[in-house]
Design a protein around this ligand. Sequence first.
Ligand code: UDP
Ligand code: MG
Length: 332
Amino acid sequence: MSLDLSIVIPVYNEEFNLSELYDRLKTVLVSLGLSYEILFVDDGSRDNSLKVLEEIAHKDPTLKVITFRRNFGQTAAMSAGFDLAQGDVVITMDSDLQNDPADIPKLLAKLAEGYDLVSGWRAKRQDGFLLRRLPSVLANRLIGWITGVKLHDFGCTLKAYRCDVAKNIRLYGEMHRFIPALAHLIGARIVELEVQHHPRTRGQSKYGISRTPRVLLDLITIKFLMSYSTRPIQIFGFTGLISGFLGFVICAYLSLSKLLFPSERTSLNERMPMLLLGVFLIVIGIQFITMGLLGELIVRTYHESQNKPIYVIRSIIGGTMEDTDCRSKISA
Ligand code: UDP
Ligand code: MG
């Protein structure tokens, strides 16, 4: 890596925020005395954001503007930034001035204490209570409970990453909200740091309460990735075994009672639900086990097709990281 710092900023229709953000960011970066680049990722903005960014980029060679062909979403924008970043440390922040560039030195100092990811905590969040802050508190609790990564604020974009972490997190869908959980998955040392938050003064928020079910579905994916992604047969197969066993017990009971008491006449009405249930449970059980086996095949394809190991090395004592050709290393 040739630079100390990469600032990654997703932009979607923020034309009136960009020049002030740039000015404030620049003041902070210059005062740090580090080498840096600013990566603005224009996520298919339909206003004049791109024009504003181009004008700034003409004057400032430390600026790079990555332009998407259409709006791919904040996750994709951050992911592009991670892929192109050349800094040893990557910092992400919003482009709407709700995050404060003045917090960057604090984040860097915390990272230098030996962490791999410093996550901003908007302790005094300046968004509406009912539709934004309350759902967010509940979501953060739920995410913490399910993933085991206890943070107050997963959703704050202002975060600092060691480049290995940034480059090793694979983001899909709207997974930017779960970055700390994904980082935890590769063994990153994570800490939370209180940061400032300002109300949005220009432009509009891109999110509302409608994201709730999507976040819940993503959470299921994350839980699966964290617990069973390398051993799918254990979750599917286990469920299948239980279901198949219950079905077997029911069917065995029905068959036995038929054999032992052939003359006893029970109405069809009475027995059919049990028979149906038994057969269903057996079929579902077989399907679950088959799904688990397919999952096992997919996991192998996933890892072997991209030479992706199932472990992540932090460092090698008595050797160098070059001893391994894997991309998945985290240096301290
Ligand atoms: N953003 C983006 N693509 C999108 C939606 C949002 O790049 O499809 C950017 C947006 O420009 C902002 C950041 O992501 O810099 C956070 O968006 P927003 O401020 O609307 O979210 P909120 O702060 O209301 O949660
Ligand atoms: Mg915002």
